[in-house]
Design a protein around this ligand. Structure first.
Ligand code: GDP
Ligand code: MG
Length: 462
């Protein structure tokens, strides 16, 4: 997902580096490239136009900080704008009503509604401890009802049978009653879709919606449908009071433009991504992570981080203190440290701030591979807060999820975890024995400083 777009943006943005400041002239070409990149990523044209107009305005506006180079400033504007369009933060399901909370999905046939209902059922049961009932309003196709029944059994949630002779509204009303008397927390309503938007379908989902007033009405859309997704999204937005969207099949989509288009068109948050056929293949949608993914994990992301830096003595001192204490050094600390290292011009900058370290500084310069650091940060970004605090909970399936989220391999995650362990150990020793001298001699294997390897943060001291 987003691979093409990020590659393209990366090249484009690099070209801005030479310029002194952003002007109408020098961003013209770049904006054209961004526009092409978005169109290639299958973002719908009206969305692209608005996006470009907003970026131009902001790039030329006063909010670009004077301290930044034009390339940095521009990347920051693009990323901020991507995040703004896609919503600021993850919006989970809002189920705070008297149970049963009814959640209805709607979308075209084949968009992934039934699969998403099963995924949501599993998610709610496993992660949120909810008692879940499912029902199919797709009464026209017995096979559709069977499909939901099978999936519900697989994910171990309740299933309310419906007959093909049922009226869908009556069937769903009965399920609400069953959910109430059975003390279910959530009722997931699967609906019938058609191949194309048609009045009959819209009429039916509207009737269902007003009959049971769901707390969440989710538009399910196949990310592979590209430009068409906008028309469909518009039709469903007009017909239903949507509360959000689920973007499915993102595992097969390298372009990713639908995320932008859908968010823009519906005006509602994308709440989840479908990332595979299996019932666990559901991820909460994080606009900030997606924006970073669009911009690529390599040079561009580190450019942004550089752009956001505020290199001051306080920050350096805090880090030095933390290092000295060496206490509770978890993955969150590691991430902070790595991004600060990037901000301070690498390990060299950090050393400068540490007592007795001035003389090794020169040797350290040029030892930091920022790209690598950015990759490591991306891996930690894909973890949950709990995983960062307690890396020992990260098992095989979590590793796969984390790797996928960061667009990397499981072995990259393993490498990071190993490095974290080494750093943690280092911190402990530092605390015990005291002093950076000790640490440095450990790192360098007792000899010359750079290239010591072992416990150094990734990308440093190769
Ligand atoms: P519905 O007609 O909207 O109920 O769609 P289904 O839930 O039956 O899904 C249609 C097809 O898409 C099925 O073959 C699903 O396995 C597949 N599918 C759904 N979501 C995803 C996803 O996130 N990734 C992949 N790879 N396939 C998916
Ligand atoms: Mg279905």
């Amino acid at each position: 997902m987003f691979n093409n777009l990020s590659e393209r943006l990366e090249g484009t943005l690099k070209r801005l580096r030479g310029h002194g400041r952003l002007t109408e002239d020098n961003i013209q070409e770049t904006l054209r490239e961004v526009r092409m990149a978005l169109l290639e990523a299958d973002v719908a044209l009206p969305v692209v136009k608005q996006f470009i107009a907003d970026v131009r305005e902001r790039a030329l506006g006063e909010e670009v900080m004077k301290s930044l180079s034009p390339g940095q400033a521009f990347v920051k504007v693009v990323r901020d704008e991507l995040m703004r369009v896609m919503g600021e933060a993850n919006d989970g399901l809002d189920l705070r009503v008297r149970p049963p909370a009814v959640v209805m999905v709607a979308g075209l046939q084949g968009s992934g509604k039934t699969t998403s209902v099963a995924k949501l059922g599993r998610w709610l049961r496993e992660r949120e401890g909810k008692k879940v009932l499912t029902v199919s309003a797709d009464v026209y196709r017995p096979a559709a009802i069977d499909q939901l029944e099978t999936l519900a059994a697989e994910v171990e949630v309740g299933f309310q049978p419906t007959q093909s002779s049922d009226d869908p509204v009556a069937a769903v009303e009965r399920a609400v009653e069953a959910a109430r008397t059975g003390y279910y927390d959530v009722l997931l309503v699967d609906t019938a879709g058609r191949m194309h938007v048609d009045e009959g379908m819209m009429d039916e989902v509207q009737r269902l919606q007003s009959a049971v007033s769901p707390v969440e009405t989710l538009f399910v859309v196949d990310s592979m449908t590209g430009q068409d997704a906008v028309n469909t999204a518009q039709a469903f937005t007009d017909a239903l009071p949507l509360t959000g969207a689920i973007l499915t099949k993102t595992d097969g989509d390298a372009r990713g433009g639908a995320a932008l288009s859908i968010r823009y068109t519906t005006g509602k948050p994308i709440k989840f991504l479908g990332v595979g056929e299996k019932t666990e293949a559901l991820e909460p949608f994080h606009p900030d992570r997606i924006a970073s993914r669009i911009l690529g994990m390599g040079d561009v992301l580190s450019l942004v981080e550089e752009a956001e830096r505020s290199v001051d003595q306080d920050e350096a001192q805090q880090l030095a203190d933390k290092l000295k204490k060496g206490k509770s050094f978890d993955l969150e600390d590691m991430r902070q440290q790595m991004s600060q290292i990037g901000q301070m011009g690498g390990m060299a900058g950090l050393m400068d701030k540490m007592p007795g370290m001035g003389n090794v500084t020169e040797q350290m310069k040029g030892q930091v591979d920022d790209r690598q650091v950015a990759r490591q940060i991306a891996i930690i970004n894909s973890m949950t807060p709990r995983e960062r605090r307690r890396p020992d909970v990260i098992n095989g399936s979590r590793k796969r999820r984390i790797a996928g989220g960061a667009g990397m391999q499981v072995q990259d995650v393993n490498r990071l975890l190993k490095q974290h362990k080494q750093m943690q150990k280092m911190m402990k020793q530092m605390k015990k024995k005291g002093g950076m001298q000790q640490l440095m001699s450990q790192l360098g294997g007792g000899g010359g400083m750079p290239g010591g390897g072992g416990g150094l943060p990734p990308g440093m001291g190769r």
